[in-house]
Design a protein around this ligand. Structure first.
Ligand code: PEP
Ligand code: MN
Length: 337
């Protein structure tokens, strides 16, 4: 069971709960959530025991655990988490669009793309500097040089930036230049990496692994939360199925399921989710209609010349058109862009 302390509870009230758990012979773990602490008590979900904890001073509520995740659970937190990144709110009333090239290819390109997507209404600039490529012979990204260009472009346009980090030892470097650390699909169960981004306390954009169930994906978020980092944005990017006309199968039902199970914001990446630019617009519109808190869209001024993922990147005009079409869809479900 999970004992959620109220915001005014102090150490004394918390210690009384721990003592009660000890007296019952139950193991416990204390975690900090944004405004309160949470005590996860192992082993006994009997209603008589739950009632005993509920009766204690300082307790907001006691939740029986029905999922393997605790801190990511909506039952435990009871409200949606809004993550603020340099003035941009993710998970609030507005749909947040993150856009930019798959990879940072050079200074001029990222600057011009940033200006264009910002003008069209994107709130956050994306661009990979460490690229997880299936082939060791493909472009691997510019590394720190790419992060420097991305940071500059973000400043130029007044946009926070998001970029992928591949290895635990690169977290510190990536955190120096970015506002959100992205964990990609290929690292979706890299537990040492979760521990490191958790400790960094940076906002994290956690992609769903292409082979992961929704529960495994939320459990990955749980690792980051259990390090005391509550700023995790989940990103549905498609899973691998038998279908071959799309690169992945974009699982939009995951948006509804995650919204029900977790308090964390969830965004959708229709670029990797479909693998072709012509499917990006319809699936982006559908994602917003389904309740996604934002989108991650690959945009390149000249997709045919892109060093990675050009076939699924929108050009500037198509991105502008998509932004225009998104606004009425957001409005129809009571949100804005
Ligand atoms: C990316 O965002 O460029 C990327 C590599 O995504 P994914 O991890 O979803 O494949
Ligand atoms: Mn890509």
């Amino acid at each position: 069971m999970i004992v959620v302390m109220n915001a005014h509870a102090g150490n004394q009230e918390r210690d009384r709960i721990l003592k009660l758990a000890e007296d019952m012979g139950l193991k416990y773990q204390v975690y900090g959530l944004k405004n309160s602490s949470v005590i996860a008590i192992e082993g006994d979900e009997k209603s008589s025991k739950i009632q005993q904890f509920e009766a204690c001073d300082g307790v907001d509520r006691v939740v029986a655990v029905t999922h393997p995740f605790k801190l990511a659970s909506r039952d435990v937190v009871g409200r949606s988490t809004v993550i603020k990144v340099n003035g941009v709110e993710i998970g609030g009333g507005s749909i947040v669009v993150m856009a930019g090239p798959c990879a940072v290819e050079g200074r001029q390109l990222i600057n011009s793309t940033a200006l264009s997507v910002g003008k069209a209404g994107a709130a956050i600039l994306r661009g990979g500097a460490f690229k997880p490529r299936t082939s060791p012979y493909s472009f691997q990204g510019l590394g720190e040089e790419g992060l420097i260009y991305l940071r500059e472009a973000g400043r130029l346009c007044g946009m926070p930036v998001v970029s992928e980090v591949l290895a635990p030892e690169d977290v510190e470097l990536a955190a120096k230049y970015t506002d959100i650390l992205q964990i990609g699909s290929r690292n979706a169960q890299n537990y040492p990496l979760f521990r490191e981004v958790g400790k960094s306390k940076m906002p994290v954009l956690l992609k769903r692994g292409m082979m992961n169930t929704i529960e495994e994906w939320i459990m990955s978020a749980e690792y980051i939360l259990s390090e005391g980092n509550c700023s995790v944005i989940l990103c549905e990017r498609g899973i691998r199925t038998f279908e071959r006309y799309t690169r992945n199968t974009l699982d939009l039902s995951a948006v509804a399921v995650v919204k029900k199970l977790s308090h964390l914001p969830v965004i959708v990446d229709p670029s990797h989710g479909t693998g072709h630019w012509s499917y990006v617009e319809p699936m982006a519109l559908a994602a917003v209609a389904a309740g996604a808190d934002g989108l991650l869209i690959e945009v390149h001024p000249e997709p045919h010349k892109a060093l990675s993922d050009g076939h699924q990147s929108l050009n500037i005009d198509r991105f502008g058109l998509l932004m225009e079409k998104l606004a009425p869809v957001a409005l129809a479900i009571g949100r804005k862009i």
